[in-house]
Design a protein around this ligand. Structure first.
Ligand SMILES: Cc1cc2nc3c(=O)[nH]c(=O)nc-3n(C[C@H](O)[C@H](O)[C@H](O)COP(=O)(O)O)c2cc1C
Length: 379
């Protein structure tokens, strides 16, 4: 692992280990992948003005978030099916998060149930997709609350399944289409087939979405096709109001890009927003978080905690989101690449690489703390 010097090295190792269908599901965007390339361009175009002759000795990445001090300004983003990257992938990610002292956000579409992930001792957040059947959704929330989860992350940018043609071509769709191509793909990645797929099959059968009600759980690729637990295109602000009434803990709305929506979120009484374009995986015409973050932070920063994600591959990318107004940054693919490369150790490596790069960036900018980044001049 020490030979992996950056997130791209981890990505290359992930590509070798994972079947192509799985790797592309993680790595790629949607439609023509313009949101994905715009994400990269937005970070590359952004300059940060260094300040020299500033004593930055003893600087720290410690961050206050939701009333707690944390060693790093990172949160592990919710990612569906992480349990297919490595056997027990969600538990491994949670342990890595715990070791780094950062929260791990469990996805509704996780392969491992939150009850089992809780044993990792990590601070768990839970990401919610509101299902068509609100009764089932509320029952899921009761289950999540019973685990002592304080922070609920409501994802609002996925009203329908995005068009990801590569998934269809690879047979990694909903529902799965058994194909010669898929079988050859798995056969060409025997390490994954033995250590992940076979272990899943041996320990309870075909992987499934653990939070789905048993009658709809089925095989992973079929679960979302059942009507009551399908993604819902009728989720609106009244659902947020209902959640606010039901959920006693914090509510974070994930997938905000418009300052108007951020204002409405503040009025709805939520605690935080994640400025995110879902890693360039949903609306292909969506702006990059970096482009909209300063206005959103200006608009609601005094009333809400503003978080951000999408496209972070360098510590300097995280520095730019923090300088633009985010209090912390969610990491999606970076820890997943690490997980694929070397399980828990690989995910820890991803956090360490990004923390080290962020630390160096801060020193070169003349910042002693994450809060100091806010004053950086950006061009
Ligand atoms: C494989 C994969 C699965 C994801 N699944 C979910 C999900 O279930 N719920 C959700 O809110 N976001 C999901 N996301 C989006 C992430 O939470 C996050 O917004 C995004 O990955 C950030 O971009 P990055 O991967 O470039 O860091 C997923 C992302 C990936 C890569």
């Amino acid at each position: 692992m020490d030979a992996t010097l950056n997130i791209d090295d981890l990505r290359r190792a992930a590509r070798r280990f994972l079947p192509r269908g799985m790797f592309e599901y993680i790595d790629r965007g949607t439609e023509d992948e313009t949101a994905l390339s715009r994400l990269r361009r937005s970070f590359d175009r952004c300059e940060l003005m260094p300040r020299v002759l500033v004593d930055t000795n003893g600087r720290s990445l410690e961050t206050g978030l939701f009333g707690r001090r944390r060693p790093l300004p990172f949160v592990v983003a919710p990612t569906a099916a992480a349990g297919l990257v490595r056997f027990g992938g969600e538990v491994l990610l949670a342990r890595a998060a715990q070791a780094a002292g950062i929260p791990f956000c469990v996805s509704t579409q996780s392969i491992t149930a939150i009850e089992e992930i809780a044993a990792s001792g990590a601070e768990l957040w839970f990401q919610l997709y509101v299902w068509r059947d609100r009764g089932l959704t509320h029952r899921l929330l009761d289950r999540v609350a019973a685990c002592g989860t304080e922070t609920l992350v409501l994802t609002v940018d996925t009203a329908v399944s995005p068009k990801r043609e590569y998934n269809q071509r690879n047979g990694f769709g909903v529902p799965v289409t058994p194909s010669l191509r898929g079988a050859v793909d798995v056969a060409l990645h025997p390490a994954w087939a033995w250590t992940v797929l076979l272990r899943c099959l041996r320990s309870g059968g075909w992987p499934a979405y653990a939070h789905y009600p048993p009658e709809f759980r089925g095989r992973i690729t079929e679960a979302a096709a059942h009507d009551p637990v399908r993604l819902c295109d009728r989720v609106c602000w009244s659902d947020v109001a209902e959640l606010r009434r039901r959920w006693k803990g914090r509510i974070v709305i994930k997938g905000i890009l418009s300052p108007d929506d951020a204002r409405q979120a503040a009025e709805a009484g939520v605690d935080a927003v994640v400025v995110s374009n879902h890693g360039g995986r949903n609306l292909d015409s969506a702006p990059s978080p970096l482009a909209v973050l300063p206005r959103i932070a200006d608009e609601v920063g005094d009333r809400l905690t503003v978080l951000a994600d999408s496209g972070v591959r360098r510590g300097s990318d995280a520095a730019k989101l923090l300088a633009a107004g985010a209090s912390a940054v969610l990491l999606g693919r970076a820890p997943l690449f690490g997980l694929a490369a070397d399980g828990q150790r690989g995910a820890e490596r991803a956090f360490a690489i990004l923390a080290d790069e962020l630390d160096r960036t801060m020193s070169l900018l003349g910042c002693r703390s994450v809060a100091d980044l806010r004053g950086c001049r950006m061009g």
